[in-house]
Design a protein around this ligand. Sequence first.
Ligand SMILES: [Mg+2]
Length: 189
Amino acid sequence: MKGLQPALFLDRDGVVNREIGYLYKPEQVEFTAGIFELCRYAQARSYKLIIITNQSGIARQLYSEADFHSLMQWMSEEFLRARIRVDGYYFCPHHPEHGIGPYRKECKDRKPQPGMLLQASRDHGIDLARSVLVGDRCSDIQAGAAAGISNLVLLRGTEPAGCAAVPAHAVVSDLAEIIPFLTVSSVPA
Ligand SMILES: [Mg+2]
């Protein structure tokens, strides 16, 4: 559609950084090999860069929303040092069973639901059909499919059995393998 831009949607834990479970401090972050190169390549081709992350650690009160935002601030600065602008990040702090108090609820944003992706597409003028989503869990791929993203990529590792029951997706072992999915060369003004 005219005026809309594609996006590279990235799950955070397990894609941007190594998954260690309920990470919330900068010293816990180990960036995934190739993440900055992938993002710079996408940004140069006018893909928006959007991070989409379930944060049940907030629901479980292992850390606060403020802790989450300060980590994301730090992470955005690390990206800037690598000459990458993160256009936005979205998180779901809820969990249907393990959430404490108001954080215990079914939420249209929690992946595999597509709420965060749909919100990001409205906020940033994103063409979902031309966008690429990278996740390390089947629920990431399911959310992308439900949002109408056609290029869905599972980064091998977190789901040892793969995601056979999930809509069509590619599987890669290395972030460098995602480059060929970024096929937009430029976006008309
Ligand atoms: Mg993940």
